[in-house]
Design a binder for this molecule. Structure first.
Ligand code: PBG
Ligand code: ZN
Length: 341
């Protein structure tokens, strides 16, 4: 090595700001590097509520998650609220014989699982923000998210009218937020108008699953909720995984139609879309949904010894925040309430 080069290498680090390590050597200094810190108030916990009051059944495909009857749900949620849980999102799972029909009547049955749960949760936990997933697939005989023609395609107008009726009925029952996950064009406008017409718009947050992709990651959920389509798939209404442009258009459209906040789902494989949302929906809360398949994959990887569950859970959720989200819909919520204590 020439003398000149040796001198250069020796002096190089001290002459310019190449040394980053000093900035994150201390554990607290590492925390200071995050634009946003994970906090309990960001977490929204998905709950599966059935119409059989004493039900408490582990869902095999979805580690540690259960289907809850109303009598078991309240004591369970109490343990979480005591640890700092601030918000839940409800999914109804009608199990009763004959509960499903062509138009998903059980979705907003006044005695059905969701409306019963809204009322009980509200009474028991006055500070909890109660969000309801709005969709028909858990309640329709065919398992699709809207109302179908004979040929199996969705009737857009009838579907969005039905979804708006369901959202309005959840809001009437006391839900603080409604989150339509059906992905049918125009449902945000229809729901917002329904909320306005019923004098509910001022107290009901409309959170749109704006960019929801039809990937391969919803399997465990469909098993949990019994919402697998009996024929066909959801590719005609959920976005194709490569469709960044479509997602950007859907984000802009849903804001235009009156959404108060938006959801990107799944999370980990779509962080570029979260970043797009941070720009397109700059003035709105942005949530990611770490969906059932992502959650189950992390558990499977941890069981195989490939990852450490807590470390990977932090990494995954930190990724959402870094990309631009500030709300996290996550099956890991109970763990984070412990981890962030
Ligand atoms: C209902 C709905 C689904 C999810 C949320 N709402 C399933 C689907 O679209 O098939 C998925 C959530 C998850 O996988 O955790 N439309
Ligand atoms: Zn659906």
């Amino acid at each position: 090595m020439s003398q000149h080069k040796a001198e250069y290498l020796q002096s190089y680090p001290t002459q310019i700001s190449s040394i980053l390590a000093g900035g994150y050597n201390h554990p607290l200094a590492r925390e200071w590097q995050s634009e946003r810190q994970l906090a309990k108030n960001m977490f929204i916990y998905p709950l599966f509520v059935t119409d059989s009051p004493d039900e408490e059944t582990l869902i095999e495909a979805l580690p540690n998650q259960k289907r809850w009857g109303i009598n078991k749900l309240i004591p369970f949620v109490k343990t979480l609220v005591d640890k700092g849980l601030r918000s839940v999102i409800l999914f109804g799972v009608p199990l009763a014989e004959g509960a499903k029909d062509e138009v998903g009547s059980a979705a907003d049955d006044p005695n059905g699982p969701v409306i019963t749960a809204i009322k009980a949760l509200k009474e028991n936990f006055p500070d909890l923000l109660i969000m309801c997933d709005v969709c028909l697939c858990e309640y329709t005989s065919h398992g699709h998210c809207g109302v179908l023609r004979e040929d199996g395609s969705l009737i857009r107008e009838e579907s969005v009218r039905r979804l708006a009726a369901v959202a309005v009925n959840y809001a009437k029952a006391g839900a603080h937020a409604v989150a339509p996950s059906d992905m049918i064009d125009g449902r945000i406008r229809e729901i917002k108008q329904g909320l306005i017409d019923n004098g509910l718009a001022h107290r009901t947050m409309l959170i749109s699953y704006s960019a929801k992709f039809s990937g391969n990651l919803y399997g465990p959920f469909r098993e949990a909720a019994g919402s697998c389509p009996s024929h066909g798939d959801r590719k005609a209404y959920q976005l194709p995984p490569g469709g960044r442009g479509l997602a950007r258009r859907a984000l802009a459209r849903d804001i235009e139609e009156g959404a108060d906040a938006i959801i990107i789902k799944p999370s980990t494989f779509y962080l570029d879309i979260v970043r797009d949302a941070a720009e397109i929906c700059r003035d709105y809360p942005i949530a990611t949904y770490q969906v059932s398949g992502e959650f189950a994959m992390l558990h499977a990887a941890a069981e195989k010894g490939i990852v450490d569950l807590k470390t990977i859970a932090f990494e995954a959720h930190q990724g959402s925040l870094r990309a631009g989200a500030n709300l996290l819909i996550s099956y890991f919520t109970p763990e984070f309430l412990d981890w962030l204590s």
